[in-house]
Design a protein around this ligand. Structure first.
Ligand code: PLP
Length: 427
C-alpha cells in the first residue's frame, strides 16, 4: 500500500510539509514557454544557478577591477588561499577529512592526474576495470592511460556488464576479480552510475578492491550533492567529481579531488607537479627545488580559477544550510512520488532502468510500449517546457532535485508526460 495519492492537492500538501521548500527561492529558474511554466528535471546534467553564485562572481569581478594583483591578499575573499574556502564544504559533502579534498581542474583532468599516481601497472598486474556502460570520458581516459603505459585496451580493459535487469551486480565484479586474480591494478567505478542511475555500494566496492590488492578510484560526478558519502571511512584511494551537476556550480565549473589520508605523506615523486603543489610558505621563493605541500594540495598544479571557484563556494554554503541528510530524505520522497505516479499512470508503457532500492535523484525512464516513439515523446516533453535529458536509444533521464524541485513539479511532469504520449498517439 502506498502513502501517496495521484492528485495535485496531495502534491501540494507534500510541498506544504516540506521544510526545505524555501531553498527553491535561492535559485534562478528557467522561464515560461507557450504559457507553461518550466519543469526543470535536469539537475543531473546541469544544476540550476544559485543567486548567491551570481553575487559571488560579481564580487570577484569587482575585487579584480578595484584591486588588480592586490586581490591575492586583500580581496574580500583573498585569492591566494581561495581554494581553502571550499575545503570544509567539500569535506562535508564527501565525508572526508579536510586534508583529503580539494577543488581543482575538471573531472576528466582529475581522473588523469590521479591515475598518474594510482595506476602503477607492472608486467603482471596492469588491468583496469570499468563498468561497460561507463561515461565515454572515463573510458577514454582509461584507454589512454593503458596505452601510455604500453598496454592495449583490448587486453587490459575489463568491463563489468549489467545483467538483463539493467543493474550492475556486485557478484559479477567478484567473479571478474577471481577470474583475473593478481592481474587487476585499478578499479575505476562510479558512485552513482550516470546512465541507469544506480547507486553502487561504495563501501563494498572499496572493500573488494582492498581484499584483492587493487587500487580503486571513484567517479562521483553523479554522487556528490546527490547522496551522502563517507569517503574517509570507505577509503577509496582516490575520487574525483565535477561540480556542475548536483553541485549547481555552473557549466564547466571547477571540479574536485579526494586522496585518502593513507597516501598523504607523499614526497612528490609519484605525481604530476606544479607550483601550487609546492609547500606554501616557501612557494614564492621560486627556488628550483620542490618541497611537497601537505595533504591533497600536493596534487594541485595551478593557481585556481577564482571565477569558476566562486559558484562552488556559494553552492557549498547552500548545502551546508540545507544539510545533505535532509536533502537525501526529501530526494527519496520525491523519487518515491515520481515512481508512484509512473506506476499509477504508465505501468505498461514507461519503465525505469533505475533500481527502486538503490537510486539517487535520477530515474532513467525507458519507453517500453513499442507502439510509442521514445524520441518523439522526449521532443513533445520539450515542447511542453519540461527540461529532461535524452540518452540513446530510448532513455529519458529525469532528476527531481530536492534543493529546487517541488512535489508539484513531479506531479506536473506526470501530467505533461500524459499529454506528450497523447500527442504521439494521435500522429
Ligand atoms: C559528467 C561526467 C563527466 C564529464 O567530464 P568533464 O571532464 O567534467 O567534462 C565525466 N564522467 C562522468 C561519469 C560524468 O558523469
Amino acid at each position: 500500500m502506498s502513502a501517496f495519492e495521484a492528485t495535485r492537492e496531495f502534491a501540494r500538501s507534500l510541498d506544504a510539509a516540506d521544510e526545505l521548500r524555501s531553498f527553491r527561492e535561492q535559485f534562478n529558474l528557467p522561464g515560461e514557454k507557450g504559457g507553461l511554466k518550466n519543469i526543470y528535471l535536469c539537475g543531473n546534467s546541469l544544476g540550476l544557478q544559485p543567486k548567491l553564485a551570481v553575487q559571488y562572481v560579481h564580487e570577484e569581478l569587482d575585487d579584480w577591477g578595484n584591486l588588480g594583483v592586490e586581490g591575492h591578499f586583500s580581496a574580500r575573499r583573498p585569492w591566494m588561499p581561495y581554494h581553502r574556502i571550499a575545503t570544509k564544504g567539500l569535506a562535508y559533502l564527501t565525508g572526508a577529512q579536510e586534508n583529503e579534498v580539494l577543488a581543482m581542474n575538471t573531472l576528466t583532468v582529475n581522473l588523469h592526474v590521479l591515475m598518474t599516481t594510482f595506476y602503477r601497472p607492472d608486467a603482471k598486474r596492469n588491468k583496469i576495470v570499468i563498468e561497460s556502460t561507463a561515461f565515454p570520458s572515463d573510458r577514454f581516459a582509461v584507454m589512454s592511460q593503458l596505452r601510455l603505459h604500453g598496454f592495449e585496451p583490448d587486453d587490459a580493459l575489463i568491463e563489468w556488464q549489467p545483467r538483463d535487469d539493467d543493474q550492475l551486480h556486485i557478484d559479477d565484479l567478484v567473479q571478474i576479480l577471481d577470474d583475473h586474480a593478481g592481474e587487476i591494478a585499478l578499479l575505476l567505478l562510479p558512485g552513482v552510475q550516470y546512465y541507469n542511475g544506480q547507486v553502487l555500494d561504495m563501501a563494498q566496492l572499496c572493500q573488494l578492491a582492498s581484499d584483492n590488492g587493487c587500487a580503486i578510484g571513484l567517479d562521483l560526478a553523479h554522487a556528490i550533492g546527490n547522496v551522502p558519502l563517507a569517503l574517509h571511512d570507505w577509503a577509496p584511494d582516490f575520487a574525483a567529481w565535477c561540480s556542475y551537476k548536483y553541485m549547481n556550480s555552473g557549466p564547466g565549473a571547477i571540479g574536485g579531488a579526494f586522496v585518502h589520508a593513507k597516501h598523504l605523506d607523499a614526497d612528490g615523486t609519484r605525481q604530476l607537479l606544479g607550483w601550487w603543489g609546492h609547500e606554501e610558505s616557501t612557494r614564492f621563493k621560486m627556488a628550483p627545488t620542490f618541497a611537497p605541500a601537505k595533504g591533497v594540495e600536493l596534487w594541485q598544479l595551478s593557481n585556481p580559477p577564482i571565477l569558476s571557484l566562486a559558484p562552488v563556494i556559494a553552492s557549498l554554503e547552500i548545502f551546508a544550510a540545507a544539510g545533505i541528510d535532509n536533502l537525501r530524505e526529501k530526494s527519496l520522497q520525491l523519487t518515491g512520488f515520481l515512481d508512484f505516479l509512473l506506476q499509477e499512470g504508465f505501468a505498461d508503457r514507461i519503465g525505469s532502468l533505475t533500481p527502486a532500492d538503490a537510486r539517487g535523484c535520477q530515474m532513467s525512464l525507458v519507453v517500453r510500449d513499442e507502439t510509442l516513439n521514445a524520441r518523439a515523446i522526449f521532443e513533445s516533453l520539450e515542447e511542453l517546457n519540461v527540461t529532461a535529458d535524452w540518452r540513446e536509444p530510448n532513455v529519458i533521464r529525469i532528476a527531481p532535485v530536492p534543493l529546487y524541485n517541488s512535489f508539484e513539479d513531479v506531479y506536473d511532469f506526470s501530467k505533461r508526460l500524459e499529454l506528450a504520449i497523447e500527442r504521439n498517439e494521435q500522429k
